[in-house]
Design a protein. Structure first.
Length: 168
């Protein structure tokens, strides 16, 4: 399970195998950040002591993992997570608990609809919970980077590998 945790191509390939249909990918590009945001808001309500919240710990672990996977995109992801942390820590984001839960639930419902209606396969989270939760935000970042023309070789390799694997 953990043998390829720091292999960027393996992580993205595993996640992309479940996310090939364009509408479903678009759904994930909107609702993975929604789920991440709402999760961070909810986790920020859980103090761990000394001014540290569960969000601070989780986003630090995610940021470190992303930097180790691929440095520059990892820094971009880390910066986004740091801004979210700072905003929560300094009261710049103030949602009621019901709003956080509503965003979270809505995000999951729409993604499950995307898998059932557009992708016609079960979500990656069913097969590997942790890998899916950690990789999903990075997958979204890479989808944006691919659309902007970055990492073309990686994108081509992923497309080739996925085509080979799904044609078996």
């Amino acid at each position: 399970m953990f043998h390829n945790q720091l292999d960027l191509k393996a992580q993205l390939k595993q996640y992309k195998l479940y996310h090939r249909e364009k509408t479903n990918v678009l759904i994930h590009m909107v609702f993975v950040p929604t789920i991440l945001f709402s999760t961070c808001c909810m986790a920020h309500r859980i103090p761990l002591g000394h001014g540290i919240t569960l969000t601070n710990v989780l986003t630090t672990v995610f940021a470190l993992h992303y930097v180790l996977l691929c440095f520059v995109p990892g820094l971009i992801a880390s910066l986004l997570l740091a801004v979210l942390n700072w905003s929560l820590d300094n009261g710049k984001i103030r949602l009621h608990a019901y709003q956080e839960v509503s965003l979270f639930v809505m995000g999951w419902i729409v993604q499950f609809i995307g898998h059932g209606y557009f992708e016609h396969c079960r979500p990656a989270i069913i097969d590997n919970l942790i890998q899916s939760l950690v990789t999903a935000p990075y997958f979204v970042l890479f989808e944006v980077l691919f659309k902007l023309g970055f990492y073309k070789q990686l994108q081509a390799e992923l497309d080739r590998d996925i085509k080979e694997e799904t044609s078996r």
